[in-house]
Write a protein that binds this ligand. Structure first.
Ligand code: NFS
Ligand code: SF4
Length: 670
């Protein structure tokens, strides 16, 4: 395949060009080398769940229609889908588990360097978990909250406690369908069991278990990760930062933190500000020690500390190829094995830190709850020692675009910004949706992948179109990193929004594109949706809200788990690829149509960005119609009663515009 080295995201393209000129392979080269990829696998028609296989079903009806055991296309595709969801759930949840373990260790005084930062959040979670807070020390409460969170993974009886935060009607839907998630490990285990040879062979029954498993992610493991991280490291607040490869410093020692769990990155960041280490760093001739993040770790560090974001998933190789990285410290998930080979072309050291994720050839410095601070220092010292090995002739840091960003829009922040400090509430958001200034809200989340060349900016195109149509956008993960890099996450970007949305952004001083965190933080969006439903005026369930979810460039199993828990929570969710079950049209139809009557949400798979925009807008307008809040637009003649109603509404709108909270929050929050 011929690749162009000029276009949008020129910084990434420049570095890929450098790699190519030096004969260094990138994930794009490997993607090209994989073509043509297995057609059966792409559309869900390959089963290798037993040794009689692998079995394929011919989608054109010319070859076999069943596997050796007799499994048909529907069963094979549905199993494939369930395993995706189970793997994604396992990934987020295992991350959540380690945060719960850390909270317990901190509470017991066994984890040096960490502390409990947000006691308000601790009390909130304690309430959901029925943990008594009266006359108890913070440590005692934290320990019990940690234990309760840990029990969510393997408890023998009962369902996920965080599901009680969903609107009552939503909880009833899940109860009726018997898909309220039980212990997280149980749902994942049952997924593996049911999808093995000879067990569940009814695609609808399989997909309903995918619903339950994914809910154990969104309202279980991922939410545990988010909430307990907030307790430990602080709930993010609006914070300024910078994004793109230009954040890497030519005259400083550069350490990249990459992966997902803040446990490691937080400690490396703390160690990097140790005065003794700074002295050692300066002794090498470097001006200082600079930390930057990659992938979801970047989102966590940016949101809480304003630490710069070097790039999203598909930029990890380009970051190394700057030749200016002394150490890339990684923990879990989305770390390319190719980085190790790539690092050998430079002086860069790849350091793995989790016992769960080693890379052959990389250095391993294991970080656990007890030794994290010391090990963090060891990693920083390794970078300092490695600085003199940097080959200046190989250094190329793109000087082009380095974008300012304002991040940290958690559901608490949104409530506070819109409602004001003393009366934090979703009322103004709901009112602005009801009066039509904001048509609805879209969550634009998930991965970037090495399928799309850097000059394709699908998220930027999508988000630009949505805000122009007065749809407020909330983002997480690598999708957020792309829009952050493109300079869309600053209040000034409100100029690109439609009149109504711009008015609201202006009043509040917020960007029209809100960064809500990493991928586990999609659980924050679930809470926001629940609060919107609870606030009133927009129906009684998440499925009534004028909202939609989108992931365009998905690659990881985690993204599919997220999509499935949004659907199972009542949200219309669109992925920008062909359907992963396209080979089984009945399963595809069930996901994209049938589920709506059952769980209230449904899927769409649509590779054309313009069509995705239309799907989102049409869906939001459909929901607005159903809520009766579009009525004004359709009427042509007004009688007196209508006029009075209209006047009353205008008055309400005008009052909402003068909310003291909104006026106050005009000042900057950082
Ligand atoms: Ni989410 Fe984060 Fe990025 Fe995709 Fe990977 S980093 S958990 S999986 S690629 S958004
Ligand atoms: Fe083939 Fe059935 Fe075994 Fe799958 S489970 S590999 S379809 S025989």
């Amino acid at each position: 395949m011929t690749r162009k080295f000029e276009g949008a995201d020129q910084e990434s393209l420049d570095l890929l060009k450098k790699m190519k000129d030096r004969g260094i392979e990138s994930s794009y080269d490997r993607y090209d080398a994989q073509q043509p990829q297995c057609g059966y696998g792409k559309i869900g028609l390959c089963c290798r769940h037993c040794q009689m296989g692998p079995c394929n079903v011919d989608p054109f009806g010319r070859g076999p229609q069943r596997g050796v055991c007799g499994a048909d296309a529907n069963t094979i595709a549905a199993r494939h889908f369930v395993r995706y969801v189970a793997a994604g759930t396992a990934a987020h949840s295992d991350h959540g588990r380690s945060v719960a373990q850390l909270l317990i260790a901190v509470a017991r005084g066994e984890a040096k360097g960490y502390r409990i930062t947000d006691t308000k959040k601790l009390f909130e979670v304690a309430k959901v978990f029925d943990v008594s807070t009266k006359d108890r020390k913070i440590e005692e409460i934290a320990e019990e909250v940690g234990e309760m969170a840990l029990a969510e993974f393997g408890k023998a009886y009962g369902t996920q406690r965080f599901t009680t935060r969903a609107p009552i009607n939503r909880q009833k839907v899940w109860e009726k369908l018997d898909i309220t998630p039980r212990a997280i490990d149980r749902e994942v285990t049952e997924s593996m069991h049911r999808t093995g040879m000879g067990t569940d062979q009814d695609y609808k029954n399989l997909i309903m278990h995918a619903c339950r498993t994914s809910l154990a992610d969104g309202w279980g493991g991922a939410m545990i990760a988010t909430e307990l991280q907030d307790i430990l490291f602080g709930t993010p607040k609006p914070t300024r930062g910078t994004a793109n490869l230009g954040v890497i410093k030519e005259d400083e020692i550069n350490i990249l933190v990459h992966g997902h769990e803040p446990q490691m990155s937080e400690m490396v960041a703390v160690a990097a500000s140790d005065p003794e280490l700074l002295k050692e760093a300066r002794a090498t001739g470097a001006k200082g020690i600079s930390i930057a993040g990659v992938c979801c770790t970047a989102a966590e560090m940016l949101m809480r500390h304003g630490i710069p974001l070097a790039g999203h998933m598909k930029m990890q190789e380009m970051a190394i190829a700057t030749g200016a990285i002394e150490v890339m410290a990684v923990d879990i998930q989305c770390v390319m094995q190719g980085n190790e080979e790539l690092s050998r072309h430079y002086h860069t050291k790849i350091v793995t830190t989790s016992s769960k994720a080693k890379i052959a050839g990389a250095e391993h410095i294991e970080i656990n709850d007890e030794n994290a601070y010391e090990k963090g220092k060891e990693i920083v010292r390794m970078a300092i020692k490695n600085y003199p090995n940097r080959d200046k002739s190989k250094v190329y840091i793109p000087k082009g675009k380095k974008s300012d960003v304002v991040v940290g829009f958690t559901h608490e922040t949104i409530k506070y910004m819109l409602g004001g400090k003393f009366r934090a509430s979703y009322r103004p958001l709901n009112d602005n949706i009801m009066n039509g200034r904001i048509r609805g809200v879209a969550g634009v989340v998930g991965c970037t992948s090495s399928i799309s060349w850097p000059d394709q900016l699908p998220y930027m195109d999508l988000v630009s179109a949505l805000i122009a149509n007065n749809i407020l956008v909330v983002q997480t993960g690598c999708a957020a990193a792309e829009c952050a890099r493109e300079g869309m996450m600053v209040p000034e970007f409100m100029d690109k929004a439609g009149d109504g949305l711009r008015e609201v952004c202006e009043a509040v001083g917020m960007p029209p594109v809100l960064h809500a965190g990493s991928c586990v933080d999609n659980s924050r969006i679930l809470i926001s949706c629940s609060e919107m439903a609870r606030e009133g005026g927009l129906g009684n369930d998440i499925s009534d809200l004028p909202v939609a979810g989108v992931c365009l460039d998905w690659m990881h199993e985690k993204a599919l788990a997220i999509g499935q828990y949004f659907v199972s929570s009542g949200v219309f969710t669109i992925f920008g690829t062909k359907s992963p079950v396209a080979g089984a049209p009945e399963v595809d139809k069930f996901l994209c149509e049938g589920l709506e009557n059952i769980v209230g949400g449904k899927w769409a798979f649509e590779p054309d960005v313009n069509k995705v925009v239309k799907l989102v807008i049409d869906h939001i307008e459909k929901k607005r119609d159903a809520l009766g809040i579009n009525v004004k637009k359709e009427r042509k003649l007004y009688d007196m009663a209508d006029r009075r109603a209209l006047d009353a509404e205008n008055l309400k709108t005008a009052q909402a515009g003068c909310e003291p909270g909104i006026a106050h929050s005009h000042q900057k929050k950082d």
